[in-house]
Unconditional design. Structure first.
Lengths: 143, 392
């Protein structure tokens, strides 16, 4: 079964997956998702860059009920609450992402997080649709 | 130097709630009648020179494109200039601001501002929460309104020690006020335990931390200050206003314990009115969630940053507190029919400034009331209006 990203060109799928962003060659501003113009200086010379895979958690919540589908592409019948967080990638930017952890007792502001792929659903051709998420680095070490 | 070129001579609203039996146009017409009935010395509808209508989203009741022309027809004023304003949750407050500018410019002497919104006609699947957030890659997994505000609560608790009880105290206070407001959607008292034990929505917010989906309409009549006394012996004046924008996505924020748009809009409104936050006697602020009111009262300058939770729990924002907030019940209890919300908040300020808020009346020492909304993507739009009963 092949994996496909939930949206084209936001995610490189590999053993070390990373987000795809843009960096402004004029002022150095990073943007995610990619865009052709710089939101800070309006320059149009933007290069495609792989964003850092690790960052720190600025704040978070837990989506406790199934979002309405559409636009939600996940499984609403067997919904499990999922974490949502804002992770700062050092010297780049903050990204909003799913968190692999949904237990409020195990999430705290400032913890180190690492990018992982999160299965979302299966498309009509049998491909696994994946989105991105962040997991606590401690969790990864202990498992 | 107060601005005070525009007076509010009438304001009113319809009972908020589930209004399946009323059409959009009927709701607007009833709000218009409520406002004209409240003009002390009488008001002929034909005196309206132009209207501004605030409706955030026609799709909520099955209309894709709605302009400004359906409302004049519904109130017997077909032919007058009428423009529809949409600016997210502050749509109603921004319509009011634009109406005030139309009068201040001298182009019109009498302008009607109507906010009207039907939120309940469509099923939840077709409603606001599901339609609010498609398009952006990050949102593809389904963004919901509480997931945009809950992270502010998490961070506020982390940074300032704000507690679950402090959040809940906002809902308890606003339901208490709503129980005294005949126009409120909900008119029942609740306890801190009720809030904490309600269904978890987005950590740390529970169901009673969230405003309901409500239908409603409200209207205000603005006239040039020189003509105010033709209509009333107790005019209320527009002292100032401010609007500000901020980044549309939360990942672009530099702070998760404040809303920059609110801070900037407030700064502009205070400067225009020539007053300090301490001179405001009461305020109607945007409490779509309990945490939002805590952010608001800090960002509007009523309490120090980080003290909003403690102030709420200690009763500083109650009807008899130092700075009464959301005397009408707020969005949490009165409801949040988006286009109508700001105009209804302004109506509450108008009553408070005229001493007509009945059981909800608070002490008006300085004669200033403030109204605030914040919303849109990333809470990136805010409008603040300041009203006064002080003559120019
Ligand atoms: Zn740039």
């Amino acid at each position: 079964m092949a994996q496909v990203p939930v949206v084209e060109d936001i995610l490189e799928l590999s053993d070390e997956p990373h987000l795809v962003g843009s960096r402004c060659r004029s002022c150095g501003t990073h943007v995610f998702p990619r865009q052709d113009g710089c939101p800070r200086c309006t320059a149009t010379d933007m290069e495609r860059v792989a964003l850092a895979r690790r960052g720190t958690l600025w704040t978070w919540t837990v989506q406790g009920f199934a979002p309405k589908a559409p636009p939600y592409l996940g499984d609403t019948e067997h919904f499990e609450p999922f974490g949502v967080g804002y992770v700062e990638l050092p010297h780049e930017l903050k990204v909003e992402a799913r968190l692999t952890e949904a237990d409020p007792e195990r999430l705290h502001v400032g913890m180190e997080m690492e990018l992982v792929l999160v299965p979302l659903s299966t498309d009509d051709d049998g491909n696994e649709i994946v989105t991105f998420g962040f997991q606590p680095v401690e969790e990864e070490r202990s498992s | 130097m107060a601005w005070n070129r525009v007076a509010v001579v009438g304001a009113g609203l319809i009972k908020f709630g589930e209004l399946f039996e009323q059409s959009y146009e009927q709701m607007a017409a009833d709000a218009f009648s409520a406002a004209t009935d409240n003009v002390d010395l009488g008001f002929e509808p034909a005196q309206v020179e132009a209207a501004i209508v605030a409706t955030q989203r026609g799709t909520l009741w099955g209309q894709e494109g709605i302009g400004g022309n359906t409302i004049p027809s519904a109130i017997g004023l077909s032919g007058i200039p009428c423009t529809r304003v949409e600016n997210a949750c502050p749509s109603g407050s921004d319509a009011f601001r634009i109406g005030a500018m139309a009068v201040a410019s001298g182009v019109h002497d009498v302008v009607l501002v109507i906010g009207v919104e039907k939120m309940r006609d469509k099923s939840t699947e077709e409603g606001l929460l599901s339609r609010a957030a498609s398009g952006h890659p990050i949102f593809t997994r389904g963004e919901t309104a509480p997931v945009l505000f809950a992270p502010f609560a998490t961070r506020h608790m982390h940074d300032f020690g704000t507690t679950r009880e402090m959040l809940a105290s906002v809902a308890v206070k606003n339901h208490h006020n709503g129980a005294l407001d005949p126009y409120a959607h909900f008119q029942n008292e609740i306890t801190i335990e009720d809030v904490i034990n309600s269904v978890p929505v987005c950590h740390p917010l529970h169901l009673l931390d969230c405003c309901p989906q409500t239908d409603g309409a409200a209207a205000a009549i603005l006239v040039s200050a020189e003509r105010a006394e033709q209509f009333t012996d107790k005019p209320v004046y527009v002292a100032g206003f401010g609007v500000a924008t901020d980044h549309p996505y939360l990942h672009e924020k530099t702070s998760y314990n404040s809303l920059k748009a609110t801070q900037m809009a407030a700064e502009r409104a205070y400067e225009m009115a020539g007053i300090e936050p301490s001179q405001v006697d009461m305020a109607e602020v945007h409490d779509c969630f309990t945490i939002t009111e805590i952010l608001d009262i800090e960002d509007l300058g009523f309490v120090d940053k980080g003290k909003g939770g403690v102030a709420s729990l200690d009763g500083e924002t109650s009807l008899t507190g130092r700075i009464p907030i959301n005397t009408s019940g707020g969005l949490l209890a009165k409801g949040h029919p988006i286009g109508a919300t700001g105009v209804a908040q302004l109506t509450e300020c108008w009553w408070q400034l005229r001493g007509e808020a009945e059981a909800r009346q608070v002490e008006m020492r300085n004669g200033y009331a403030l109204q605030h909304n914040v919303g849109g993507r990333g809470s990136g739009v805010s409008v603040v209006n300041i009203l006064t009963n002080q003559k120019p």
